[in-house]
Design a protein around this ligand. Structure first.
Ligand code: SAH
Ligand code: SF4
Length: 354
């Protein structure tokens, strides 16, 4: 921490080989394997000589971030506050579902520039993009948290899914996200299937085309919130430069390329986006796409207002009626539970001032 040593966590095997030259290539492979296994110190790399460990230690560092706080919810959610080398703070979350499957939720930016009015991260403003290593490290920190204190992280429970749904807009940091995904999905590395990774965007059209053309072929989720363009412009300023009709074209293109179903995330804001009008617009937007709508009852964030009125959670009846009306129109619906509410680790609750 705080040193100018080169960081190894976000490096591909090829990059490690280049960095370690003129050492033979198998040295890079050994170190890569240790990083993947969750080792935190060169001293623990038992198949390297002491001289080599010391030589590496003097030039490189394995991690650039550290877990500065850990909050655990009785429902199993663990929120990690992670402090980066420059002092910026981000959050990564471990979620455990009813069947005991583990999901890691990763951030791609410190803060977020998109300013969605219902989101705590949006209210913080933007500090900076994360680099690929900082994204990979979140995964490794979360995996260690899942393994508990005593086991080696790689022997802990499998992290079955990754969702890029933490702080920030992933498609505004696509280059570094790609680097991180390269390591997370590398069969010689963490080996996580692309089908088990979901990237959630507020709807950055050029980023969706870029992802469709250049990959990787991850699952895509879009934070639609409402398909009523007028209301969406007021709730999510991203709509101004990325209008809904063109967003739909981009999603259709992504779907043609990847043949994957797309998730439309709809945060339900009490009395705001649960009108008949939102329903009709959503059904129109979904027509011709293969989608599932994920309904997320708004998680409360103290003091959040919209045009002078406090935002409120939707009433249970409001949720049920909206959900049933979608089902009636033949649209697949899932409901996200309020996981992690006790630790403010739920959607849209991430972020303390940096
Ligand atoms: N920035 C990306 C990914 C992270 S946000 C995006 O917006 O897609 C993850 C999800 O949480 C988004 O669907 C967002 O709409 C939702 N969300 C934001 N604030 C929320 C809140 N207070 N309660 C519930 N969901 C929220
Ligand atoms: Fe940023 Fe996503 Fe929050 Fe919008 S919902 S402000 S895009 S983190």
């Amino acid at each position: 921490m705080g040193s100018s040593k080169s960081v190894l966590s976000g490096r591909s095997l090829e990059e490690l080989r280049a960095l370690f030259s003129p050492l033979p290539p198998f040295r890079a492979k050994q170190v890569y394997r240790w990083i993947i296994r969750g080792i935190r110190s060169f001293q623990d790399m038992t198949d390297l000589s002491r001289e080599l460990r010391e030589a590496l230690d003097s030039r490189f560092t394995l991690y650039s971030s550290m877990v500065s706080a850990r909050l655990e919810d009785p429902d199993g959610t663990v929120k990690l506050r992670i402090t980066l080398e420059d002092g910026a703070k981000i959050e990564g979350v471990l979620l455990v579902d009813g069947e005991g499957r583990h999901t890691a939720c990763l951030s791609t930016q410190a803060g977020c520039p998109m300013a969605c009015v219902f989101c705590k991260t949006g209210a913080l403003g933007f500090r900076r993009n994360l680099d690929g290593g900082e994204i990979v490290e979140q995964f490794l920190h979360i995996r260690s948290a899942a393994a508990g204190e005593h086991k080696s992280p790689a022997e802990g429970p499998e992290i079955a899914n990754i969702v890029i749904m933490g702080m920030g807009e992933p498609l505004l940091n696509l280059r570094e996200l790609r680097r991180a995904l390269g390591i997370l999905t590398d069969p010689q590395g963490l080996g996580i299937s692309k089908r088990r990774i979901t990237v959630s965007t507020s709807g950055i059209i050029p980023g969706i085309f870029d992802l469709a053309d250049q990959g990787p072929e991850v699952r895509l989720a879009v934070s639609l919130t409402t398909a009523d363009g007028e209301l969406r412009k007021r709730l999510m300023p991203v709509t101004l430069a990325n209008p809904l009709p063109r967003l739909k074209e981009a999603l259709a293109y992504y779907q043609r390329k990847t043949r994957r179903r797309i998730t439309l995330e709809v945060v339900l804001l009490g009395g705001l986006n649960t009108r008949r009008r939102d329903l009709e617009a959503l059904a129109d937007f979904a027509a011709g796409l293969e989608v599932v709508v994920n309904l997320i009852p708004w998680n409360p964030v103290a003091g959040m207002e919209f045009e002078g009125r406090p935002l409120v959670q939707p009433a249970p009846r409001e949720i049920t009626e909206f959900s049933e009306a979608l089902t009636k129109r033949g649209i697949g619906v899932t409901r996200r539970l309020g996981k992690g509410l006790g630790v403010s680790g739920a959607c849209g609750q991430l972020g303390e001032p940096f």
